[in-house]
Design a protein around this ligand. Structure first.
Ligand code: TXA
Ligand code: MG
Length: 336
């Protein structure tokens, strides 16, 4: 199919109405959110949702997030909103957080992959908000990448993966946060982080007290409660070595790989990158927030034609570092 691509200059752009028409007609449209680009379809239309799974090559048992513009629309998809979720919504939505709640069955069954719960999120991006309002539908949207690859933070990433497989792409420039939303199970008395993301554990705890991190995230044996967390993910084209330790240790790993006749690319913070020598050095930013924003572009940047291996610095798991390290551990073929 031919993919229509629009440059969107602002939230009044008429391309948003054209994209909303496609969605209402059961077609797929990729759009920017504040985290990553999403691939949207009408969440109440089973056939439309099926096209998302097909375009991405996504496993059928991995549920999708339903996106809405307002709290009122969110309330139309779930049985109840527990009091602590009310507090979280007031504090963080619209924003990079997804609430897993009891579904009331309004969304098509393939959105939830047969689960009784549903993930719902209000994105904080003017184009996403305008699109959701224009179509006045809940929009199911996973990240707009081929399953297994790093999520897209620019329209070009989406184009590279899905051109010809989707009906439309709204290009609103690079996304801001750079890692996906925090997925939080709100079906229990104490909220459980199923996927760390744009809202940190520390921020959540400041609003609702104790928050648990799904223990399955810490090891490979447990069965994660977010079905998507069990799959290989975020994989760059070439193997990635995650190195925990000082710049000296990272440099030693680079030399070791070069001694094996490999071309080495490095991803690191600005401070560490300045101290390293490799065939290619890509600095990701000064702070962990900047590093998160540039992470997926960094993972997508190096192709087999350029390098044989990517060496990446491991970061502290404080704040946004928890989400960054969760993605890097999945992207890595080896941790040193
Ligand atoms: O930031 C984001 O969340 C982006 C943008 C586009 O909104 N979306 C996104 O969707 O990352 P996706 O499909 O790539 O990741 C959704 C994650 C998966 O790990 C999935 O298993 C989990 O959320 N999830 C969705 N519904 C769930 C449910 N009912 N119970 C448990 N986990 C769920
Ligand atoms: Mg994804």
């Amino acid at each position: 199919m031919e993919t229509k691509r629009w440059n969107v200059w602002n939230e009044q752009d008429k391309s948003i109405d054209e994209a909303a028409e496609l969605l209402k007609n059961g077609r797929t449209v990729a759009f920017p959110t504040e985290t990553v680009y999403g691939l949207g379809a009408d969440a109440t239309n089973e056939k439309a949702v099926a096209q998302i799974f097909q375009a991405k090559g996504r496993p059928q048992d991995n549920p999708l997030i339903a996106h809405v513009a307002t709290k009122e629309q969110l309330g139309r998809l779930v049985t109840t909103i527990p009091p602590y979720v009310d507090k979280l919504i007031d504090a963080f939505s619209p924003g990079p957080i997804t609430y897993v709640l009891q579904s009331n069955g309004v969304c098509a069954e393939n959105v939830t992959a047969g689960l009784s719960s549903i993930g719902v999120r209000m994105p904080d991006h003017p184009i996403a908000q305008a699109l959701l309002k224009a179509c006045d539908l809940p929009i199911a949207a996973p990240s707009a990448n081929i399953s297994g690859k790093p999520s897209p933070t620019t329209a070009n990433h989406v184009w590279e993966d899905l051109q010809g497989k989707i009906a439309g792409l709204l290009d609103g420039g690079p996304t801001g946060v750079g890692v996906e939303s925090t997925v939080i199970d709100c079906t229990q008395e104490i909220p459980i982080i199923l996927r760390p993301g744009g809202v940190t554990k520390e921020q959540l705890e400041a609003v609702v007290g104790t928050v648990v991190v799904d223990p399955a995230l810490a090891n490979d044996e447990g069965k994660p409660k977010a079905p998507g967390m069990k799959y290989r993910h975020y994989s760059p084209e070439v193997p990635l070595l995650l190195v925990e330790g000082s710049a000296e240790k990272i440099q030693a790993v680079i030399h070791h790989e070069q001694d094996l006749n490999k071309k080495v690319a490095v991803l690191a913070s600005n401070q560490t990158a300045a101290r390293l020598n490799a065939d290619k050095v890509q600095a990701l930013g000064n702070s962990i927030t900047e590093i998160a924003a540039h992470l997926y572009d960094g993972l997508r940047m190096f192709k087999q034609a350029d390098v044989d291996v990517i060496v990446c610095e491991a970061f502290s798991e404080q704040g946004m570092g928890l989400a960054v390290m969760n993605r890097l551990r999945k992207a890595a073929s080896e941790t040193v």
